[in-house]
Design a protein around this ligand. Structure first.
Ligand code: ATP
Length: 247
């Protein structure tokens, strides 16, 4: 595993509506080829951190007021989300956001909008179906009628269709039964190991995230309070007590 840093967040501050300070100096780095987890409870600032990286804060009247965000050593803060996708960074939003009236396959194809080779798109679709055989079975179904787990698969599959390098995954476990959470995380792990995708994932489910990630950052009220290799965090007494419910 190489230790080249893909994404670097340096001491960022985020303010909503000009007054609400939500991130109070967050720093993290995402190594190429790794699965990095951003952990913390409800409202800790995980989603805000991901949206700051992919420049999606404007529509929520949020802005990065301090610090910097670099991708492959280049400042990316002023790029719009589409330009960032071209650089290889894509976000899978919390809550999945499928186009409900389109079929599963049409949803996946919308992810290829930045690309223009039909042959490559067909190849990528096969790759997605290979990792998510369930989506192949459901490819002609209207996305709005598929289950929550299937919609999460569609959301990840659609991101893969842009041929990303780094995938920001917001709360993939949300609203899913434990068995499905396990299944989704196993697929993420295979995609990481077999295809080399880099993941930064935000999760409230510390237990599952620390079993699949390589490294973790724990956020509390807009600050990183702890970080380390996932195996070490799993054994940390505070993490056990406050995040894993084992005391
Ligand atoms: P969750 O699991 O609930 O998504 P999170 O760790 O992702 O939690 P954020 O969604 O980043 O947390 O929210 C961090 C804080 O910022 C919360 O206190 C939230 O109320 C606040 N916040 C989020 N979005 C906005 C907004 N558009 N305007 C004002 N405050 C916001």
């Amino acid at each position: 595993r190489t230790q080249e840093t893909l994404l670097e967040v340096n001491n960022i501050e985020v303010i909503y509506n000009h007054v609400i300070l939500v991130l109070k100096g967050v720093s993290l780095s995402v190594p190429k080829g790794g699965i990095t987890a951003l952990l913390g409870g409800n409202g800790a600032g995980k989603t805000t951190t991901l949206k700051a990286i992919s420049n999606l804060l404007h529509s929520e009247r949020g802005e990065v007021t301090k610090g910097s965000i670099n991708y492959r050593g280049e400042r990316v803060q002023d790029l719009d989300p589409a330009a960032l996708v071209k650089k290889g960074v894509i976000q899978v939003m919390e809550g999945r956001h499928c186009f409900e009236h389109l079929t599963v396959e049409e949803n996946l194809l919308t992810g290829a909008y930045t690309r223009n080779s039909a042959a490559e798109t067909a190849q990528d679709l096969e790759m997605v179906y290979n990792y998510f055989p369930r989506l192949k079975e459901r490819r002609r179904s209207q996305a709005g009628y598929t289950s929550g787990g299937e919609q999460q698969m569609v959301a990840i599959g659609r991101a893969l269709m842009s041929r990303p390098e780094c995938i920001l995954l917001d709360e993939p476990s949300m609203g899913l039964a434990p068995q499905l959470v396990e299944q989704i995380f196993s697929i993420v792990k295979s995609l990481n190991e077999e295809q080399g995708y880099t993941f930064l994932l935000a999760e409230q489910n510390t237990n599952v995230a620390l079993r699949f990630a390589h490294y973790g950052y724990i956020l509390e009220s807009g600050r990183v309070v702890m970080d380390g290799p996932a195996a070490e965090l799993r054994e940390n007494p505070d993490v056990k007590e406050f995040y894993l419910g084992m005391s």
